[in-house]
Design a protein around this ligand. Structure first.
Ligand SMILES: [Zn+2]
Ligand SMILES: [Zn+2]
Length: 369
């Protein structure tokens, strides 16, 4: 391509171009007023009006940084390309980057917020159709939160099945929670977190799991949650309570942790034995401390350390076992001896024992997370 500025500039004058469209070709703006710009057909005359629409779209969001994107009709690019080809000029920049920069500057002035190209809190996309109609849509970068919950009633499952309508994406049936009904810890947390952030589609990552009949006591079980398109990035309400579940949001993260945290759990297990329990049995439970419990897990052998174990007789053939163990130890199998669990309580007693309920006393995250 030959870039001969002199002859190109002479030829440029044959075109009626607004100062923006001229600047993209020539590198200077000029002062000429035009009725109908050959390239943008008046688009750049409407910058303030477009910026107002972008502002309205951004208005419902809390953000510090933003980025403006644009979708423009192809005819605009075609007219500019044709002009550049005919004049054999490369041009200084694209119409899209000029438009989004101009809008970004205006929006920054109007809101007092900063443009950020790499990780904006908010992206505002301006769509302009062939007729010059303007539409602006804003979308916030997801936020990730960490928190803990306690559960003081039995019979509430930890996890919830997806909403059958939207399969977890969020829809009007499920109030954008992605879950149908709120009858689970996950459903309750989802409802309150969606309400507090104004976002949708919360995705949870749990530090361990419990049975629906388990209580979660102490400082509670840690969890992480990622929320799409949040209106609020800083929560005013960080603690909520419903149906025996109390959750506290303890911090914000860049994203959900990509590796499962190592953790240890103190669990109080209510057990029933097929024969009367003797003091000897109770004393023997202590021998579980320090052992590695091995069991079949997804056709592999998993191993979880038992850090401490303490028994207490609670009836003729009933007792409680309080253990602290690595997270992920299947409690029912540890008592019953299924999944080739070794050691297990039934083998220790030489009689079939069964976990009736188990309650989570504490969950400690080990290491960094
Ligand atoms: Zn123009
Ligand atoms: Zn739904």
């Amino acid at each position: 391509m030959v870039d001969d500025p002199k002859s190109a500039l002479v030829q440029l004058k044959e075109y009626e171009l607004c100062r923006y469209c001229l600047a993209r070709q020539a590198g200077y703006a000029g002062k000429r007023r035009v009725d109908k710009c050959h390239i943008c057909r008046g688009l750049f005359d409407k910058l303030d009006e477009i910026a107002e629409k972008a502002l309205a779209a951004a208005g419902q969001y809390q953000f510090d940084t933003f980025l403006v994107g644009a979708t423009l009709p192809t005819q605009l690019f075609e007219r500019e390309d044709a002009l550049r080809a005919r004049l054999k000029i490369r041009g200084k920049e694209s119409i899209k980057s000029q438009l989004t920069r101009e809008l970004g500057q205006r929006l920054a002035r109007m809101t007092g917020k900063r443009v950020d190209f790499s990780r904006p809190d908010l992206t505002v996309n301006v769509a302009i159709d062939r007729e010059g109609n303007v539409d602006a849509v804003a979308r916030a970068r997801p936020i990730a939160l960490q928190g803990r919950y306690t559960k003081k009633i039995r019979g509430l499952p930890q996890k919830r099945e997806r909403c059958p309508m939207c399969e977890g994406k969020g829809c009007s049936l499920c109030d954008n929670t992605g879950f149908y009904g709120n009858n689970s810890v996950e459903g309750i947390l989802a409802k309150h977190i969606v309400k507090a952030t104004g976002g949708q589609s919360p995705r949870f990552s749990w530090v361990g799991s419990e049975d629906q009949n388990s209580l979660v006591l102490g400082s509670g079980r840690p969890f992480y949650v990622k929320i799409s398109d949040p209106r609020a990035r800083i929560l005013k309400k960080k603690r909520f309570s419903e149906a025996g579940v109390t959750a506290t949001i303890t911090g914000a993260l860049d994203d959900l942790p990509d590796t499962q945290a190592r953790f240890a759990v103190r669990t109080k297990i209510a057990c029933a034995c097929s024969r009367p329990v003797a003091q000897d049995d109770i004393a023997r439970l202590k021998s579980l401390a320090g052992k590695e419990a091995k069991f079949a897990s997804r056709s592999k052998v998993a191993s979880k350390k038992i850090h401490s174990a303490q028994g207490k007789e609670t009836g003729d053939s009933e007792f409680t076992l309080t253990i602290k163990a690595d997270g992920g130890l299947p409690i029912k199998q540890f008592v019953g001896g299924e999944e080739y669990m070794e050691p297990n309580v039934s083998a220790l007693f030489g009689a079939k024992c069964e976990c009736v309920t188990f309650d989570i006393l504490s969950v400690e995250i080990q290491g960094s997370a």
